[in-house]
Design a protein around this ligand. Structure first.
Ligand code: AHR
Length: 543
């Protein structure tokens, strides 16, 4: 076969491969520059579980110490919690926070972090080579969650930790009284059980970097053993098994299948993790490729669903697993060398990624993908929340909102109720690029405009979240409402700018912030323009 014919056939293959993914997300390709969206309140994909907009705090770098906990600071309350940080997170309404790791959890002895603070040991933390004082532990985290108004999602140590210690941890947290571990909690001043509902059975146990890495079969057996015992303590818990820790893992999907073959009946959800970056290898600094990466996340979700459903069918099970995308974000700059080695310091500066405008636009894309997949993704965590690959950064005098804060906070604030099953016609562009590592659908056609919409049946309010991937031009959007009529534009804001690499600093905190977009007239057909390279939210009242 000649090279030309081979490349022709592979192009055809790619084009065909792209179609199901685009149609799966409600897209039809057109040549018209305007994007046309049909919205019908009777056609919806899912009711959103608010846990879709969760986040993550790991004992890593300055996330806990000086991030959320800094006793002695003028900004701290009597528990040592940073009140300025609490105000941001509480104000945004973050629904669930995963803790204490991450890689950290695989070497963590939870007993070191409970009881009187002066008795807690200082230990060498081996995942990030830091010094862990244990001055903040599980009970402190639960207190912090209450202060913030969020729900805890606790991780168990499946690395150095035994099944026994994981089960004891659940007993310590959730059993009311009268047993060794529940009474230990009570002796620590917590009379009432914490009733932690969501638990991760370990973290990234497929990773060679993970303390105590396991094979899929060994992990699955350990998960099933722990889960059986945990359910004796508390039948209401929701247990999340470790899925593949990334699509680039050699055992990607095989790991998931084999783990689920072992523990399907005993778990409720499967975890997915992914980090993205505008790297030379993946994008060649091509903004069109970079802003398409949320479609990689889309594909990963589809593939995890397929494996879950395959194992369900093989087991003739009635139970459908949901997905927990409990680590996702942009992370590629502060990812090696000094940025990941704590050098035995307390609260070293680690993974302090500085986010720019283009990162924020992509984070908007991830929010869209998660909303679009809310039928299957019940829990998701932006990794992480403060200082470590985070939208919030602290110094001794205050807290800074990075660019990525804004799309995340719009999801939190506006995406409520039901996810509408949209029909979208949009022009597409190719992201094939010679010499770059294939990504979305192995090099596909990407819609210029990415749109999701929610409708809250309780109050009739709708939210439309839109990513314009076109770096050079504004794009017209036509919203065609079938059965509802927008009566008022409650908010219309956009995040855009001329410099995709611009970022906020404590000195210049307003370089990347949203601005108000001129509101279109509310009507059953609404036509407006999205600025080039922008992420936009429109919040509407409907009749
Ligand atoms: O979030 C940073 C790290 O990324 C987590 O500790 C780990 O789970 C993942 O590899």
């Amino acid at each position: 076969m000649s090279t030309d014919r081979r490349s022709f056939l592979s192009t055809i293959g790619t084009a065909f491969a792209a179609v199901p993914l685009l149609s799966r997300i409600g897209y039809a390709q057109i040549r018209d520059r305007a994007t046309r969206v049909t919205l019908d309140s009777t056609r919806y994909r899912a009711d959103i579980d608010r846990r879709l907009f969760g986040s993550f705090l790991e004992h890593l770098g300055r996330a806990i110490y000086t991030g959320v906990y800094q006793p002695g600071s003028a900004l701290a309350d009597r528990n040592g919690f940073r009140t300025d940080v609490i105000a941001q997170i509480k104000g945004a309404g973050v629904p669930i926070v995963r803790y204490p790791g991450g890689n950290f959890v695989s070497g963590y002895n939870w007993l070191d972090g409970v009881g009187p603070k002066d008795k807690r040991p200082t230990v060498l933390e081996r995942a990030w080579n830091s010094t862990e004082t244990n001055q903040f532990g599980t009970n402190d985290f639960i207190d912090w969650c209450r202060a913030v108004g969020t729900e805890p999602l606790l991780g168990m140590n499946f690395g150095t930790g035994s099944v026994e210690s994981a089960v004891n941890y659940v007993e310590y947290c959730n059993m009311s009284r009268g047993t060794k571990w529940s009474d230990l909690r009570r002796s620590h001043g917590y009379e009432q059980p914490h009733n932690v509902r969501y638990w991760c059975l370990g973290n990234e146990m497929d990773g060679p970097w993970q303390i105590g890495q396991l094979t899929s079969r060994d992990y699955g057996k350990k998960a099933v053993d722990a889960a059986r015992q945990i359910r004796v303590i508390d039948r209401d818990v929701r247990l999340i098994a470790c899925g593949s820790s990334g699509t680039n893992m050699p055992q990607y999907l095989v790991w998931d299948r084999e783990v689920l073959e072992e523990c399907y009946d005993q778990v409720d959800g499967l975890s997915l993790h992914a980090y993205y970056g505008n790297t030379p290898v993946l994008t060649g600094n091509n903004i069109g490729r970079y802003l398409a990466m949320n479609l990689d996340m889309e594909r990963q979700i589809a593939e995890a669903e397929a494996v879950c459903d395959y194992v369900q069918a093989m087991k003739r099970s009635n139970k459908k697993l949901w997905l927990s995308f409990d680590e996702w974000n942009v992370w590629y700059r502060a990812r090696n060398g000094a940025a990941v080695n704590g050098n035995r310091a307390v609260a070293p500066k680690l993974l302090e990624e500085v986010y720019n405008l283009e990162d924020a636009l992509l984070v908007g894309g991830f929010i869209n993908t998660l909303v679009r997949n809310a039928d299957r993704v019940r829990v998701a965590c932006l990794a992480q929340l403060v200082n470590v690959i985070a939208p919030l950064v602290t110094n001794d005098t205050g807290v800074l909102r990075q660019s990525t804060w804004y799309p995340y906070s719009w999801g939190l604030k506006y995406a409520r109720g039901r996810v509408l099953d949209l029909h979208i016609e949009s022009e597409t562009y190719p992201i094939r690029a010679a010499g770059l590592q294939a990504d979305f659908a192995r090099n596909a056609e990407v819609p210029f405009v990415d749109i999701v919409a929610t409708l809250n049946p309780d109050n009739g309010e709708a939210c439309v979240l839109m990513l314009n991937r076109d770096a050079d031009s504004e794009r017209e959007v036509v919203l065609d409402w079938r059965d509802k009529t927008p009566t008022r534009v409650l908010a219309c804001e956009t995040l855009t700018g001329t410099d995709l690499k611009a970022f906020n600093t404590f000195e210049q905190p307003q370089r990347v912030v949203p601005r108000t977009l001129e509101s279109p007239r509310p009507a059953s057909r609404m036509t407006f323009k999205l600025p080039a390279r922008s992420y936009t939210v429109m919040h509407l009242a409907t009749s």
